[in-house]
Ligand binder design. Structure first.
Ligand code: GLU
Length: 338
């Protein structure tokens, strides 16, 4: 029997750490080391392992991730597994989902407990990812699933998965939708399929996303925010260099009244996306009145980010800007997310 060809692309992260002389964990392990730690993999798949980088995911760049997406597009294999740090997995997996169009499983996995600790989760997560990549339901639905994250025997859609805790083992969840499937024994038990239309529609317009870096600021608005950063962005846009802004707004799409006009001015200068600081979930469009309500902000030209978490909205906005899309096209893409 021919085993499925599964390509492992290792970026770094806790899963790839080993202790230095002082006991501090360093990102030293490569893809071959990760594979060697799980001998069972060779019985499940024809594993090909490549070390792409040895960096913490907190230091990955959009350029690196765009290059990784292009690499995945060109691979002649039956499944791809990216291993990386957990810190930005919710962003990198969504970017890959926006850029990669393949009919094979594309999976991102990681570890919360490093290899020097008792019961590290890296080997188990890698084994689970390979089992998921080889599973008949997953293979048959690869296109409908898109890029998925596999952590602790659960499978999550890239558009939904969030890192919801900085240290505990079960640090990942999809609060809006729940997992797509569970790995039980050696079987994948399907639970649901993701709503893919917004991602597919976005990808069609992101084809030129290999353009230059497009820095996007993320401004999380809190109680009584005075707006000094917004003011600086309005007054010194060119010096600051940002090409877009995501505003982590209150509730269904509100900002403190004292910054409402600044937010409006900002959106006249650069694409400015309103995203729920509640972490995700659709925004309102036509419920509240007043100068800082969703009705006023939409009228003022703010782009409403729909159900996307602010971190994911930022990923999408930078991809749109890289692709050279104008404000109208960007607004249309975000509108499809609710
Ligand atoms: N901050 C590191 C990273 O994201 C380690 C965290 C982790 O992998 O869990 O790569």
């Amino acid at each position: 029997m021919t085993l499925p060809r599964i390509q492992i692309l290792a970026l770094g992260g806790t899963i790839a750490t080993s202790p230095d002389a002082s006991g501090a964990m360093q990102m030293g392990l490569g893809a071959d080391d990760l594979v060697a730690a799980v001998p069972l993999l060779a019985t499940l798949a024809d594993i090909r392992a490549e070390t792409v980088s040895r960096v913490g995911s907190h230091s990955l760049s959009f350029d690196q991730m765009h290059a990784l997406a292009a690499k995945i597009m060109g691979l002649d294999v039956d499944g791809v597994i990216v291993t990386q740090g957990t810190d930005t997995l919710e962003e990198t997996s969504f970017l890959l989902d926006l850029l990669v169009e393949r009919d094979i499983p594309v999976i991102v996995t990681a570890a919360m407990r490093n290899p020097a600790l008792t019961s590290p989760d890296g080997p188990g997560n890698l084994l689970a990812a390979v089992r998921v990549a080889c599973d008949p339901w997953v293979k048959a639905h690869a296109r409908s699933l898109g890029v998925v994250a596999v952590m602790l025997d659960e499978i999550y859609a890239a558009a939904d998965v969030l890192k919801i805790h900085p240290t505990r083992l079960n640090a990942f969840a999809s609060p809006q939708t729940g997992p797509l499937a569970a790995l039980v024994e050696d079987r994948v038990v399907p639970l649901s399929l993701p709503v893919r239309a917004p991602v597919e529609a976005a990808r069609k317009r992101l084809t030129a996303a290999e353009g230059r870096e497009q820095p996007v600021a993320l401004l999380w608005l809190g109680l009584d925010e005075p707006g000094y950063i917004l003011e600086a962005m309005v007054d010194h846009r060119d010096q600051l260099g940002y090409r877009g802004v995501v505003v982590g707004a209150m509730g269904g799409g509100h900002v403190p009244e004292r910054v409402a006009s600044l937010v409006g001015q900002l959106s006249e200068i650069i694409p400015t996306v309103v995203s729920p600081r509640a972490g995700g979930g659709p925004l309102l469009r036509q419920t509240y009145g007043g100068p800082s309500s969703e009705i006023a902000l939409r009228k003022a030209g703010l782009i409403f980010g729909g159900r996307l978490n602010p971190l994911k909205a930022r990923v999408l906005l930078q991809a749109c800007l890289r692709a050279g899309l104008d404000r109208t096209a960007i607004a249309e893409i975000f509108e499809t997310f609710g």
